[in-house]
Design a protein around this ligand. Sequence first.
Ligand code: PLP
Length: 196
Amino acid sequence: MKDTVQKYRDYVITSFTKGVQPIVVEKACGTVITDVSGREYLDCFAGISVVNAGHCNPAVVAAARRQMEKLVHCASYVYHSPPTADLAEKLAAIMPSPRLKKTFFANSGAEAIEGALKLARLYTGKHELIALQASFHGRTWGALSVTSKIASPSRKESAFTRPIPGVWLKKRRASTTPVNSWTGVTSTRNRRPASI
Ligand SMILES: Cc1ncc(COP(=O)(O)O)c(C=O)c1O
């Protein structure tokens, strides 16, 4: 039986990070992650911010178990699902404006970004987007297009250097540079993008 690190080398695509940490994670509880040898680590970034209630929080585990035992999947955008309606109502109650009361449910961060890009274009009727340098938004095409480390004009030509049209990269100090240099536009002055 191959060990986990070797199986990663052989079967897992890891091109989205420079390198996988040489730690094989067995379990986690609260803020502590334990590897297969029993060594403990303090998780300082809450599982990339998606387990802010702590790893295996008993209340979260119990709620997930309750739901999994009743219904695992029913396509909440095809049928009405009580947990979907309840969460949307709760989110509407904490929005900063009563106009922001509807929620688009997505299955990943990248899909949420895609939704935001589409909404910005739909609402403004404009198509250009300004992305900030040192940003990361996900691995789908639109999210990748506003992700600076992929969109950077200095990056070696690769399959990913052609983002969706109309994306501009805002450098930290220097002026804004076009990511899509083939659009022939060299300044964002007087531009009115759909979203930043
Ligand atoms: C800031 C940020 N945006 C978007 C994403 C993409 O989320 P997902 O991997 O769920 O598509 C990530 C994921 O690490 C992220 O850190």
